[in-house]
Design a protein around this ligand. Structure first.
Ligand code: HEM
Ligand code: SF4
Length: 715
C-alpha cells in the first residue's frame, strides 16, 4: 500500500467530526479492493493480503474468514450521529454488538472480507477512519475520558489531541514507522489519560498563565514494559505538534526495523541511552523549528447551553437515586452532568447503541466518549434530563445496576478469540464479577478500584495498570496442566509517581473469584488506614496478598476435582494445543523461558545436584526439546512424545540442525551412557534452541519461515 500523501480532505469536517481524514483515503480503499480481488482470484496469498489490510485496522478473527474493523476515535469521542452510523453498519454487515476497546476505540466484528471496504467507505462518509487501527503507525490518540468536564482538570487537552490526529494522519511518513507509536493526553496530574504509559504523553499544566504540557516519552506496556521518561517539564501548548513530530521522526530514522521485538520507542531510549536519545531528539526538534512548520489548527469544541426539545422525565425511585449516586457526576459546567454507561466487557448491542444515539442527538455532537474501562461516558446532559437518560439506559450494557467498581473492571479478549491467549480471561472476569456481585461486600465504597485481567503475559487487559490484576499462565500437577493466573497489584498512575503493578502471588484460574473476593473484603476493612491501594500494597498489603493466596495453594488431583483443570467458560480440560500463532504478535514467552531457564540452570550446574550426570543430561535435552514446541501449537501429553514432536517440527524442518538427532534419540531412550559420551553436544543443542528462540519474531516464526512469508503482522 502506498503511504498516505499529505493533503487536505475531500470530506469537509462538520462540527460533529472530530478529526480530518486525508484526501487520499478513498484512493487507498480502491487499492485495498484490488488486493482483496487478487486474493480471491488466487493472485495474492493470505499473508500478503494481511500486510495490506492490517494498516486499515482490519484483523482476521480466530474464526476463519471473519474480520474485525477497528475505528479511530480520538479520545473515544464520537457524535451520536457517528455512533448511530457504526451501529447501523454493524447491524447490516457484522456482529450483533459493537465493542469498545481499552484505547477508546470502537470495533465492528464478524465482517466478511467482501464487505470490509464497503464498511470503511460508509464510515468515511461520517468522518471516521479505520486507517491506522493497526499497523506500524500513529495509533489512536487517547485522552482522559473526563477531559473538558472534570472538576479538577487543569484544562481540556482534547482539541489538541483532535488537531494532532488530523495532522499526523495527513503525513505520509506517519504510515511506515518501525512499529506502532502511541500518544496520550491527560487533563490533570492524576494522569487519567495514561500519558506516562504511552510512547508520547502530554499532561496538562499551566505555568505563568500559559497553558501547556509536561511531556513524557518512551513509556509503554507489552514486551519489556516501561514507565515513560520525563522529556520536558513544561512546553507551551503551541509546541505539541513539533514535539510529537520530532519524536516521530527520531523513531522513524533510528527505531529498530530489523528486530520487531525490540522496535518500540522504549527500546531506542535504552539502546541510545538517555543522553543519546535526548541529543537525537534535540536535533530533530531544532530542524523542525527551522523548517517553520505551521502550528496545529486547534478548534474550540466547547458546548454552549443546549436545550433539547424533549420533555424532561422526572423519576423519584430509589433505583434511580442509587444509579445517580453510582454513575452520574457533576461537570465543571454548572447544571451539566456526565453519566457512565457501564458495558459488560466493552460490548453494546447494535440496537442499544442506536437507541442511545437517537436519544442523544438533540443533546448535541459533544455527548459521547469511550473510557479505558471499555465503557461509555455521556456528557453535557442538563440535570432535568437525567430521568430520561435513566429510562433509556435501563437494560443497556448489563451493568447499570451494579456497583461502579464492577463496571470499571477490564478483561482482554482472552484465549477464546486470541490465538496467543493461555487462559479464558473473559470467563475468569465474568466469574469474578459474579462472585463479587453476589457477595455482601459494600463495593460502592470502592468505586474507582481497578480490576484487570489478561489471558496471557501480554498486557492487552492492562493488568500492569491495575490495583489488582491477573495475567494468565499455566500450572501443572503431575502430567496435567491447569489454567492459572499470576496476581499483580499496586500500580500508581499519578504524574511523577507512575509505576506498574508488581507480581505478588499466583492462583489457579478456578480460585481467582474467591481470591479477588477475599482481597476486596480485606481492602474495604483496611482502606481507612491508607491513602490508596498502592500504599496499602507497600505497607503490609503485599504480605496479605500472599497470605490469601496461601489459602488457595492446594490444587486437588484431576480425578478428585476436575473443575480446577477446566477453564472458566470451557467444557474440556485445559490445553495449550492450537495456541501460539497469532494475528497480532508473539506470546507465550513466559512458558518458553521457564523451560529455557531451567535447562540453562542444569547446564550451568545451578540445579540438578540430586541427579546422576546422565539423568541431568537427559533432563536438559528434554527441556531444550520441549521449550519451543508451544510455538508450533503442540502441547505434549507425555514426556516421550516431546522428542518425537521435536524431531518432526524442528529437526526435519531444518530449523535445528539434524546433527542433534543422535542426542535426541539417546535422550528419548534414556540412554545415559550415550548421553555422557555426547555431553558437549547436549549443551550445544540448548545453545541452538536458545539462538533459534532469539531469532523468533512476534508471530512466533523463525527467519527461515519469515523469508517465505514477508508479510508483517501488527498487534
Ligand atoms: C492475537 C493477539 C492479540 C490480540 C487479539 C490483541 C488484542 C488487543 C486489543 C483489542 C487491544 C485494545 C486495543 C486498542 O484499542 O488498540 C489490545 C491492547 C494491547 N495489547 Fe494486544 N493483542 C494481541 C497481542 C498482543 C501482544 C503480543 C502484545 C505484547 C507483546 C500486546 C500488547 C498490548 C498492549 C500493551 C495493549 C494495551 C494498549 C495500550 O493501552 O497501550 N498485544 N490488544
Ligand atoms: S495476547 Fe494475551 S493479553 Fe493479549 S488479547 Fe491475547 S490473551 Fe489477552
Amino acid at each position: 500500500m502506498a503511504p498516505a500523501r499529505a493533503g487536505r480532505s475531500d470530506h469537509p469536517r462538520s462540527s460533529s467530526m472530530f478529526y480530518e481524514i486525508p484526501s487520499n483515503l478513498s484512493a487507498e480503499l480502491a487499492e485495498l479492493d484490488g488486493y482483496i480481488a487478487d486474493f480471491r482470484q488466487g493472485r495474492l496469498d493470505a499473508a500478503a493480503l494481511k500486510a495490506h489490510r492490517v494498516p486499515f485496522g482490519c484483523y482476521e478473527q480466530r474464526r476463519d474468514g471473519t474480520f474485525m474493523v477497528r475505528i479511530r476515535t480520538t479520545g473515544g469521542a464520537l457524535s451520536p450521529h457517528q455512533l448511530g452510523t457504526i451501529a447501523r453498519i454493524s447491524a447490516r454487515y457484522g456482529a450483533s454488538s459493537l465493542h469498545v476497546t481499552t484505547r477508546q476505540e470502537f470495533q465492528i466484528h464478524d465482517l466478511s472480507l467482501e464487505d470490509v471496504t464497503t464498511v470503511m467507505r460508509e464510515l468515511l462518509a461520517v468522518g471516521l477512519a479505520s486507517r491506522g487501527g493497526g499497523g506500524n503507525t500513529v495509533r489512536n490518540i487517547m485522552v482522559s475520558p473526563e477531559a473538558g468536564i472534570g472538576l479538577d482538570e487543569v484544562f481540556d487537552p482534547s482539541p489538541h489531541a483532535f488537531a494532532l490526529t488530523s495532522r499526523l494522519i495527513s503525513e505520509g511518513d506517519s504510515w511506515l514507522l518501525p512499529r506502532k507509536l502511541k500518544i496520550a493526553f491527560s487533563n490533570s496530574p492524576a494522569d487519567t489519560g495514561l500519558a506516562q504509559f504511552n510512547d508520547i504523553g502530554f499532561i496538562a499544566r499551566i505555568r505563568d498563565g500559559v497553558s501547556g504540557f509536561r511531556v513524557y516519552v518512551a513509556g509503554g506496556m507489552g514486551g519489556k514494559p516501561e514507565v515513560g521518561h520525563l522529556l520536558h517539564d513544561f512546553v507551551p501548548a503551541s509546541d505539541v505538534y513539533l514535539i510529537a513530530e520530532a519524536v516521530k521522526r527520531l523513531f522513524d530514522k533510528h527505531g529498530n526495523r530489523k528486530k520487531r521485538n525490540a522496535a518500540r520507542l522504549r527500546f531506542l531510549w535504552n539502546s541510545a541511552g538517555e543522553a543519546g536519545f535526548r541529543d537525537l531528539y534535540a536535533a530533530e526538534l531544532e530542524a523542525l523549528r527551522t523548517e517553520g512548520r505551521p502550528p496545529l489548527l486547534v478548534e474550540d469544541f466547547s458546548v454552549e447551553g443546549l436545550a433539547p426539545d424533549i420533555a424532561p422525565l422526572s423519576v423519584g425511585s430509589s433505583d434511580f437515586v442509587e444509579w445517580k449516586n453510582r454513575f452520574v457526576s457533576a461537570q465543571r459546567q454548572a447544571g451539566l452532568y456526565s453519566v457512565l454507561v457501564p458495558l459488560f466487557l466493552g460490548n453494546v448491542r447494535n440496537e442499544d447503541a442506536l437507541r442511545l444515539a437517537d436519544f442523544l442527538e438533540p443533546f448535541g455532537p459533544q455527548t459521547i466518549r469511550a473510557t479505558f474501562g471499555q465503557n461509555l461516558r455521556l456528557r453535557n446532559i442538563p440535570e432535568a434530563y437525567l430521568g430520561n437518560v435513566w429510562s433509556v439506559l435501563s437494560g443497556i450494557g448489563g451493568l447499570s445496576r451494579a456497583p461502579a467498581m464492577l463496571a470499571n473492571a477490564v478483561s482482554c479478549t482472552g484465549a477464546d478469540t486470541c490465538q496467543l491467549g493461555i487462559c479464558l480471561s473473559k470467563g475468569a472476569l465474568t466469574a469474578t464479577l459474579d462472585t463479587l456481585g453476589k457477595s455482601d461486600l459494600p463495593l460502592d465504597t470502592v468505586p474507582d478500584f481497578r480490576l484487570h485481567v489478561s489471558g496471557c503475559p501480554n498486557t492487552c487487559g492492562q493488568h500492569l495498570l491495575a490495583d489488582l490484576g491477573f495475567f494468565g499462565n499455566a500450572g501443572s500437577k503431575g502430567q496435567r496442566m491447569y489454567p492459572a493466573y499470576a496476581v499483580v497489584a499496586g500500580a500508581r498512575l499519578a504524574d511523577g509517581q507512575a509505576r506498574f503493578a508488581r507480581q505478588v502471588a499466583r492462583v489457579s484460574a478456578h480460585d481467582v473469584p474467591s481470591f479477588a473476593r477475599d482481597v476486596m473484603a480485606l481492602w474495604i476493612e483496611r482502606k481507612a488506614a491508607h491513602a490508596s491501594f498502592a500504599d496499602y500494597i507497600d505497607n503490609g498489603g503485599e504480605g496479605d496478598m500472599r497470605t490469601i493466596a496461601e489459602r488457595y495453594r492446594e490444587i486437588p488431583d484431576f480425578r478428585d476435582d476436575r473443575s480446577y483443570y477446566v477453564d472458566w467458560g470451557a467444557s474440556e480440560p485445559f490445553s495449550l494445543a492450537g495456541r501460539g500463532s497469532g494475528e497480532c504478535a508473539a506470546g507465550l514467552f513466559d512458558l518458553i523461558e521457564l523451560d529455557l531457564k531451567a535447562a540453562a540452570r542444569l547446564r550451568d550446574g545451578e540445579s540438578g545436584g540430586d541427579l546422576t550426570e546422565g539423568a541431568r543430561l537427559q533432563r536438559l535435552a528434554f527441556l531444550a526439546s520441549r521449550a519451543l514446541l508451544i510455538t508450533r501449537g503442540v502441547q505434549t501429553p507425555s514426556d516421550a512424545s516431546v522428542f518425537e514432536a521435536f524431531r518432526q517440527h524442528f529437526l526435519q524442518s531444518d530449523l535445528i540442525s539434524p546433527r542433534f538427532g543422535e542426542v535426541v534419540n539417546a535422550a528419548e531412550r534414556r540412554d545415559e551412557a550415550a548421553l555422557l559420551r555426547l555431553t558437549s553436544v547436549v549443551s550445544e543443542l540448548l545453545s541452538a534452541v536458545e539462538s533459534l528462540y532469539q531469532s523468533m519474531d512476534n508471530s512466533l516464526r523463525f527467519p527461515a519461515e519469515s523469508s517465505q512469508d514477508r508479510a508483517r503482522s501488527a498487534g
